[in-house]
Write a protein that binds this ligand. Structure first.
Ligand code: UD1
Ligand code: CA
Length: 453
């Protein structure tokens, strides 16, 4: 494959979004739309990317700042052809150029590779992707001659009645030889219904000069779906959701309700893992085999081992070992390391803590800034008191400790191996090994008190 560069057009206003936010920054699966486009271009081996920005340029630039991406500014939005002209410095005559839109987030590396192979096998000077759609209103229509050869693109607003009925449309994705694009842009005019410089006019310009131009009819129009409104944003999200879920199911993941299962593109899941309804897996999350996740689970940037059972819980930025059970109604906050076979039960919050193998935190407990060893039992209502109003302190609980119910462990404090903490204790001093620590007022009985009152 010849080296190629990519221009992504993202200068348009996107007024139909009715949003203060630039259109291409609206998110699909937690990523701005344009990030999906950038990812697809990079995945199929593009060398360098230039994004044409205009409307709310600064905000768009800030959101996609990456070392290998440059920007071109289109001050006035005078059409797609005009937008590409703004990136003239980026264009190299002896390199190919892929043109994408920032608002077509469902584009895939496979579909782009298909276009590139088509282009190379036909030795074209420019190749575009067309699609057959039910409702071609608003698109550019592809006109072919009696032999089926590409003749030109006619924008809907410029089309005759007969042309408007043509269901083969321009998806707006192009692959150019740099030299051909440069030549065509120099001849582009804005003599049309919208007074705009139309990029698709470069096709007929080149054809008339004897260049090879052709359109590849895609068999996956969904990859070229454009987002112009909140309704289309939801439709695009649903298409991507289906695509992602299907891939996981093909790899042996079981989903009870794919419609209510939301998995970010980057998530990895092992075979024989079952996802119950309303499961959301986000960011850099990896889940092992034989797990059971959900219902009602939200995992963000989590690393989860094998055979983990997690229901009705939220977990963020942490690592969970094999055979762990979590929930219902647990909250694992960032920077936890939960070892194998730990039980984190209902109404338990764990934050910035290590919990060693086989330890149990069955209910109503807060473990924060704690280093907990193996085979510890935290009684119901244990609280690590980690915050003194200005600083956070660590609690250390060594192996085989038994913490009775409703104990406060006031950090910094260490409970050494094998000790017992009596229920209801407030522990403020270190506890040595293998003792019982009691830190609560002694019970008294007051005779005759009831009668007196
Ligand atoms: C364009 C094509 C049409 C095709 C359709 C596919 C033209 C003239 N028409 O129409 O043939 O069927 O896409 O979706 O190209 N943009 C700029 N600067 C501008 C104008 C547009 O950066 O001055 C960007 C927009 O932000 C957007 C993309 O180019 O990302 C497409 O522009 P849009 O106005 O949506 O083009 P369409 O009218 O949909
Ligand atoms: Ca459009």
């Amino acid at each position: 494959m010849k080296p190629f560069k990519t221009i992504i057009l993202a200068a348009g206003e996107g007024s139909r979004m009715k949003s203060k936010k630039p259109k291409v920054l609206h998110k699909i699966f937690n990523q701005p739309m344009i990030h999906h486009v950038i990812a697809a271009a990079k995945q199929c081996g593009c060398e360098k990317i230039c994004v044409v920005v205009g409307h709310q340029a600064e905000q768009v630039k800030e959101a996609i700042l990456q070392n290998d991406i440059t920007f071109a500014l289109q001050k006035q939005q005078l059409g797609t052809g005009h937008a590409v002209m703004q990136a003239m410095d980026f264009l190299e005559e002896d390199k190919n150029l892929l043109i994408l839109y920032g608002d077509t987030p469902l584009i895939t590396a496979e579909s782009l590779n298909e276009l590139i192979s088509f282009h190379e096998s036909q030795n074209n000077d420019v190749s575009i992707v067309s699609a057959i759609v039910e409702d071609p209103t608003g698109y550019g229509h592809i006109i072919r001659d009696g032999q089926g050869n590409f003749v030109k693109n006619v924008e809907h607003k410029d089309a005759s009645q007969a042309e408007k009925a043509i269901k083969e449309i321009n998806t707006g994705i192009y692959y150019f030889k740099g030299s051909a694009l440069k030549k065509a842009l120099a001849q582009l005019t804005n003599d049309n219904a919208q007074g705009e410089y139309y990029l698709p006019d470069t096709l007929s310009i080149l054809l008339q000069s004897g260049y090879r131009v052709n359109a590849l009819v895609t068999n996956d129009p969904s990859a070229y779906f454009g987002v112009n409104s909140p309704v289309q944003l939801a439709q695009a999200t649903a298409i991507l959701q289906k695509r992602i879920n299907q891939r996981h199911m093909e790899n042996g993941v079981i989903m009870l309700s794919p419609e209510t299962t939301w998995i970010d593109p980057s998530v990895k899941i092992g075979a024989d893992t079952i996802l119950y309804p309303n499961t959301i897996l986000e960011g850099n999350t990896t889940i092992g085999e034989d797990c059971s996740i959900g219902p009602n689970a939200r995992l963000t940037d989590m690393t989860v081992g094998n055979a983990v059972q997690l229901q009705s819980s939220t977990a963020i930025g942490s690592v969970i070992g094999n055979g762990v059970t979590v929930g219902p109604f647990a909250y694992i906050r960032p920077d936890c390391h939960i070892a194998d076979n730990v039980k984190i039960g209902d109404f338990v919050e764990v934050k910035n803590s290590i919990v060693g193998k086989g330890s149990k935190i069955p209910h109503l407990t807060y473990i924060g800034d704690t280093d907990a060893g193996e085979k510890i039992n935290f009684g119901c209502g244990t609280i690590t008191v980690n915050y003194d109003g200005s600083k956070k302190h660590r609690t250390v609980v060594e192996d085989n400790v038994f913490v009775g119910c409703n104990a406060n462990l006031v950090a910094p404090v260490t409970i050494h191996k094998g000790s017992y903490i009596a229920a209801g204790s407030t522990i403020t001093k270190d506890v040595p090994e293998n003792v019982l620590a009691v830190a609560r007022a002694r019970q008294q009985t007051i005779d005759g008190w009831v009668k007196k009152h």
